[in-house]
Design a protein around this ligand. Sequence first.
Ligand SMILES: [Zn+2]
Length: 170
Amino acid sequence: MQTGFKLHLLVGTLVLLLILFPTVHWGIIPFGMIPFVAIALMSGAVLPDIDQDSSIPRRVLNGAVFVISLFIFASLFQSNWWLFSRPYGDLMAIALAVLLPFGAVWLVDLMMPRHRGILHSGWAAALFGFVLFLALALINFGLFNAAVIGASGFVGWITHRAVDFLGDRA
Ligand SMILES: [Zn+2]
């Protein structure tokens, strides 16, 4: 059995439901937290495969990097108009418009750890949960809520590891 995107989504959803039904019902997790817990857990369940070239999260990342690079180019272009209006400035602008997004995606590919490397470790799971917790605590989400969401992200990431471990290492 190959452990693909859909399987990670499916197992993530099952674990999410298993956690949500009792904790929300008994008032341990507030009702309003349901969407945030779901987003954190499901993100954790699918994000580790960002280290695999053709995976869905990786394609989303590459697409986002490409589009953001185009925006960066556009703002460079506007704030350095004088540079691009000089001789050959038009050619430079066109070259930059192509090189910047493709170069950025190439850099992401270069820096990405190998598939099922560090991103598939418990350390990555813990780091993901901690970063979520820290970010939400810093924007005044409340310590308890931030901790719940951080823990959800951690649990999601762990379900990914469990599925990869039980499935074929394809
Ligand atoms: Zn994986």
